[in-house]
Design a protein around this ligand. Structure first.
Ligand code: SF4
Length: 616
C-alpha cells in the first residue's frame, strides 16, 4: 500500500527529472504542464511526493546529475499550504449515523455524513480505512516527502457530528492521531495497523461481507445502496447502520476502536516534547450537541477549536431545512465555547431553502452585529445541489433553485465587505467536484473571481486571510501594533495584532485583494463579564489564540527574517498580560494545544487541569 517503487515508473520519471534539472525556477503552472507530459501508463499524473521520491532514487544515475536540494525545492515549492505557520493534517472519521436530517446535506454512503467520495482528501481517508493513525502518519509522510517541515501540526477532524460518535471511539480516534505524531520519524506502526484491517476483512469475507479500503471496489459494491435524493427509499442513517455499523460489530471494530482516557492522556503527555507536536486540534459538531459537560469533555480530548454548523440565524430557515435545532441553540453554543476559551469556527450557508439574496445579506451581518455570535473564523458554503440530497425534491417541485452566478457573486461580495478584521474567511465556496453538482455554480475558483471584482472596484477587504503575510518581505521597523476591541454577550474581546502597511510589503506574486495592512501575528484575549462554569477559569482572563505567521520553521532552526523570529509571540503575550491587569484580572489562562504546553511553561504558565494559568 505504501510502497511506491520508482523503478516501476522509470520511463516517466527519468525524462521528467532530466527536464526538471534544466530549470532554475518553475511556476506551479509550468510544473503541472511538465508533469502532465509524463503521465503513468494508466493516465494518472505522478504526485509531487512520487516525483521527489523518484528523484532521490534516480539522482546520479540514468544520466542524471548527482542529487541536489535545488531540484527537490523546484518540485516541493507550494507557496500556500504551510505559510500560515503550521502544517494542517486533516483526518476523516468513519461513516456513521448523524442526528441531523438537513435537506441540503449530501448522502454519500461511502463517506461520513456530508462528505463526498470525490472531494479532495475523501478518497485518501477511504484508502486508509478512515483510520486516524494511518491517515495522520501518511499525511505527515506526504508533507515530509515534498519538503515540508512538520514539527508543528494542526489536526483537523472532519466528518458528520463528532459528539454523536461513541465516546470510546472519540478517545481512540484522538489517541491514535497523537500516537502517529509521536511515532513519526522514530517508529512506523502502519503495517501493524494495516494488518488488523486486513485480518478483519478476511474474517468478514468468510461471512460473505465485503469490507475494503479500495475506492473503486467500494464504489461498485455500494452502488446499489447509494441514495437518490429524489426518491429517498432509505435514509443515510439506515444504510450506514446496515452496511457499516452492523458488519463492524461482527468484525470486532468495537473492541479495536476503543481507548481509555488514561491511554489518551499518556499519548498527549508524550506529544508535549515530541518532534512532531500537535499545536491545535479541531473538531466539528452541531450547536445542539454543545453543553457545559460536552465543552469540558472536548477540551479534555485536547481540542482548541470547534467548527460549528450555524448555517442560518433565522429559525424559519433552519426549520424549513430540517436542521433540527433553533438559533437559541447556536447562541448557547457560542456562549459556552467562548467562555471556555475555544476558537469558534462557524459554518454559514447562503442560498438555503427559504432564503434569498437580500435575506442572506442581512443574515450574514447578524453574525457580527449580534453580540451572541462574533465567530473567529468562517466557512461560507453556498448551498449546492447534490443528487443524493433531499433538496432534489424541492428543486424538482420548483420550490428552490440555485443562485445564478450574479446572485452568488452579490452575496459573496457582501460577505467580504461585512467580515471584520478579527475574523478569518477560510472559505467562501465548498470545493465540490463539478460532477457532483446537479445545477448551479460549478466554479471552485469563484473566490478568486469575487476577489478580483472587489479589487477592480477598489474595495478594501479586512478579513484575516486577505491580510496574511504569506511570502511577503518587509522591514521590521515598519511593524505596527493594533488593538481591536469588541463586545460579546459574555466577554469583552481584544484582538491584538502586529501589522505592516500593505504598501511597505514586497510580494513575489501579485495579490488578489486590496487591503490596508498585512498581518504578521495576532492574539485573541477574552475578558469575561460573568462567572465561568469551568472552575479553573474563575476570575481569569483567557488567551484564546496566539498565531504568528511565517513559513513553518523547525524548532531550533533560525530564520531571522520571518515573523516567528521577531519575538512577536512573546510581545503579544506581554500585551495580553498588560490589558488583563488593566482590567483588574490577576490570572491569565491559555487554552493551549498539547504541543504548545512547553512553550507556555517557559513563559511562566503553570499546568492546570484543562488549561495553563499564570498569576500576574
Ligand atoms: S448535522 Fe451536518 S452532517 Fe448532519 S445532516 Fe446536518 S449538515 Fe449533514
Amino acid at each position: 500500500m505504501y510502497q511506491f517503487n520508482p523503478e516501476d515508473y522509470s520511463d516517466q520519471l527519468v525524462p521528467l527529472l532530466k527536464k526538471l534539472e534544466t530549470y532554475k525556477t518553475l511556476s506551479p503552472k509550468e510544473l503541472a504542464r511538465l508533469v502532465k507530459k509524463h503521465t503513468k501508463t494508466n493516465g494518472d499524473v505522478l504526485s509531487k511526493d512520487e516525483i521527489i521520491r523518484g528523484y532521490r532514487h534516480f539522482a546520479g544515475t540514468h544520466g542524471l546529475a548527482p542529487f541536489s536540494e535545488r531540484v527537490v525545492k523546484l518540485v516541493a515549492m507550494k507557496p500556500i499550504r504551510t505559510q500560515s505557520g503550521v502544517s494542517p493534517v486533516t483526518v476523516l472519521t468513519k461513516p456513521f449515523p448523524c442526528p441531523g436530517q438537513c435537506i441540503f446535506c449530501p448522502n454519500d454512503v461511502r463517506m461520513p455524513k456530508s462528505y463526498l467520495a470525490d472531494e479532495p482528501g475523501a478518497q485518501r481517508a477511504e484508502r486508509n480505512w478512515f483510520d486516524p493513525y494511518l491517515q495522520t502518519y501518511n499525511r505527515l509522510q506526504a508533507l515530509h516527502n515534498i519538503g515540508h517541515t512538520v514539527s508543528k501540526t494542526e489536526i483537523i477532524v472532519l466528518g458528520g457530528t463528532w459528539s454523536f460518535y461513541p465516546e470510546a471511539y472519540q478517545i481512540w480516534f484522538i489517541k491514535e492521531c497523537f500516537r502517529a505524531l509521536n511515532d513519526f520519524g522514530t517508529h512506523d506502526g502502519r503495517d501493524q495497523v494495516l494488518r488488523w484491517y486486513e485480518n478483519m476483512s478476511t474474517e468478514l469475507k468468510k461471512k460473505n461481507i465485503q469490507r475494503t479500503s479500495e475506492p473503486e471496489t467500494n464504489k461498485r459494491s455500494l452502488a446499489d445502496h447509494q441514495i437518490d435524493g429524489e426518491a429517498m427509499k432509505k435514509t443515510y442513517n439506515r444504510v450506514i447502520s446496515e452496511q457499516y455499523t452492523a458488519p463492524e460489530k461482527l468484525g470486532g471494530f468495537d473492541g479495536y476502536q476503543t481507548a481509555t482516557w488514561e491511554e489518551l492522556e499518556a499519548a498527549q503527555k508524550e506529544n508535549e516534547t515530541a518532534a512532531v507536536r500537535c499545536v491545535g486540534l479541531v473538531i466539528e459538531t452541531r450547536p445542539d450537541n454543545i453543553s457545559e459537560a460536552e465543552v469540558i469533555r472536548v477540551r479534555r480530548l485536547g481540542c482548541t477549536k470547534t467548527q460549528i454548523g450555524v448555517q442560518s440565524l433565522q429559525d424559519e430557515v433552519l426549520d424549513k431545512n430540517k436542521r433540527g435545532h433553533n438559533v437559541a441553540a447556536t447562541r448557547k453554543a457560542f456562549k459556552l465555547l467562548r467562555q471556555a476559551g475555544f476558537k469558534v469556527h462557524a459554518h454559514w450557508m447562503a442560498n438555503l431553502y427559504g432564503s434569498d439574496v437580500e435575506k442572506d445579506k442581512q443574515d450574514f451581518e447578524g453574525l457580527f452585529s449580534d453580540p451572541d455570535f462574533h465567530p473567529d473564523e468562517l466557512k461560507v458554503y453556498p448551498c449546492s445541489l447534490i443528487g443524493s440530497a433531499e433538496l432534489m425534491q424541492y428543486y424538482k417541485a420548483g420550490k428552490w433553485h440555485p443562485y445564478s452566478r450574479e446572485e452568488l457573486a452579490e452575496v459573496l461580495a457582501h460577505v467580504f465587505k461585512a467580515t471584520p478584521e478579527y475574523c478569518r474567511l477560510t472559505r467562501v465556496i465548498r470545493d465540490i467536484p463539478s460532477t457532483d453538482i446537479v445545477e448551479g455554480n460549478k466554479l471552485t475558483n469563484f473566490r478568486q473571481i469575487v476577489e478580483k471584482k472587489l479589487k477592480d472596484e477598489g474595495v478594501v477587504v479586512t478579513d484575516i486571510r486577505a491580510r496574511e503575510i504569506k511570502n511577503g518581505t518587509f522591514d521590521p521597523k515598519d511593524i505596527e501594533f493594533k488593538v481591536i476591541q469588541y463586545e460579546t454577550s459574555v466577554s469583552t474581546e481584544y484582538f491584538l495584532q502586529y501589522v505592516v502597511p500593505e504598501k511597505k510589503v514586497r510580494f513575489v506574486q501579485k495579490r488578489q485583494q486590496h487591503t490596508d495592512d498585512i498581518i504578521l501575528g495576532f492574539l485573541r484575549l477574552s475578558i469575561p463579564k460573568e462567572k465561568n462554569f469551568i472552575e479553573e477559569l474563575t476570575d481569569a482572563a483567557i488567551v484564546r489564540e496566539v498565531h504568528v505567521y511565517g513559513s513553518v520553521v523547525a524548532v531550533g532552526k533560525d530564520s531571522s527574517s520571518k515573523p516567528q523570529h521577531l519575538g512577536l509571540g512573546k510581545k503579544l503575550l506581554d500585551e495580553a498580560t498588560r490589558i488583563s491587569t488593566q482590567n483588574g484580572f490577576k490570572k491569565l489562562a491559555v487554552i493551549s494545544g498539547i504541543g504548545t504546553r512547553e512553550y507556555y511553561r517557559m513563559r511562566g504558565f503553570k499546568d492546570g487541569n484543562l488549561y495553563q494559568v499564570k498569576d500576574m
